[in-house]
Design a protein around this ligand. Structure first.
Ligand code: NDP
Length: 284
């Protein structure tokens, strides 16, 4: 068997087209243009690229973007003041502070200060809690992107055995909860898990969110499985996922490549969350 390669770029483009339609409808019918504010502290080159990608995506779908760049030596107080100010702006519906912050700043109070209904990254504990109780209005973007990829690859989720390798608050745990909401039977594995290869071999759906270059081998994959590789591991040979793509492709039904799988979905889901946040303001 040679697996279907799940094209994250194409699916992300489809989602952005759907969001653009929703944005146009909101403008036309309710006179509301969704706005996304992105706060960047310092000059980290990686963060600058991420922020530019978000601005470009906003322009593509018709969302108004507001960028705030603060100097690297910004105080905690100044950053908190800006978050408070943006929380109250009528033209801003989604608000995110680009991570990581410079070392002297504490990200936790910043994250907690963001209005949960504007937290389009889905990192606020209120939004993580909503995911747990099955009301994922603003789910975190990468986990939500994984679910979209699984659905649009044609995999059945109800009753499927899903294994998530990784238990971070940003990827592993929320993706596991979203799979549970889709009626999968979910196992969460981590660095202390015993017999990981055997656990993976039981997975109809395998989500790898580990951060270890190609650690999941081909013979860990169940025949016909759907494999979602969140890992992004930069090596001297290039960028690789957590799954040995070549070997896994011989057994899987469908698999995401790295790059071009989960990566492009994150910004697309951010656009979707920003539209949702704008729509939520109309619900009073
Ligand atoms: P974290 O480092 O926060 O979490 C990694 C998880 O993997 C931990 O739960 C850890 O277990 C587990 N783990 C580590 N080593 C092993 C092992 N040998 N066997 C089993 N489990 C192991 O990473 P993130 O969740 O933030 O990210 C995971 C990967 O996804 C990274 O490569 C990251 O770059 C990528 N990523 C990609 C995104 C995208 O848009 N495509 C977005 C976000 C992340 P334990 O808890 O026991 O330590």
């Amino acid at each position: 068997m040679t697996a279907q390669v799940i094209d994250g770029k194409k699916i992300a483009a489809e989602i952005k087209t759907e969001v653009a339609r929703g944005v146009a409808r909101l403008k036309e019918e309710r006179g509301l243009t969704p706005g996304l504010a992105v706060v960047l502290v310092g000059e980290d080159p990686g963060s600058q690229i991420y922020v530019r990608n978000k601005e470009n995506a906003c322009a593509e779908v018709g969302i108004k973007s507001f960028k705030y760049v603060l100097p690297a030596d910004t105080t905690q107080e100044r950053l908190m003041d800006l978050v408070d100010e943006l929380n109250c702006r009528e033209d801003v519906h989604g608000l995110l502070v680009q991570m990581p912050l410079p070392k002297h700043l504490d990200p936790t109070p910043v994250l907690l200060a963001i209005d949960p209904n504007m937290d389009v990254d889905g990192f606020h504990p209120v939004n993580l809690g909503r995911v747990v109780v099955g009301n994922a209005v603003l789910p975190s973007c990468t986990p939500a992107g994984c679910i979209e990829l699984i659905k649009r690859s044609g995999a059945g989720m109800e009753g499927a055995n899903a294994v998530v390798v990784g238990r971070s608050n940003t990827v592993g745990k929320p993706v596991a909860m979203l799979l549970l909401s889709e009626n999968c039977t979910v196992t969460i594995a981590h660095s202390k898990t015993r017999d990981l290869p055997d656990i993976c071999r039981r997975a109809d759906i395998l989500v790898a969110a580990v951060g270890v270059d190609r650690m999941i081998k081909g013979d860990w994959i169940k025949d016909g499985a759907t494999v979602i590789d969140v890992g992004m591991n930069r090596t001297d040979e290039g960028l690789f996922g957590d799954v040995d793509f070549e070997a896994a492709s011989k057994r899987a039904r469908a698999i995401t490549p790295v790059p071009g799988g989960v990566g492009p979905m994150t910004v697309a889901m951010l656009m979707r969350n920003t539209l949702t946040a704008a729509e939520m303001t109309l619900q009073g």
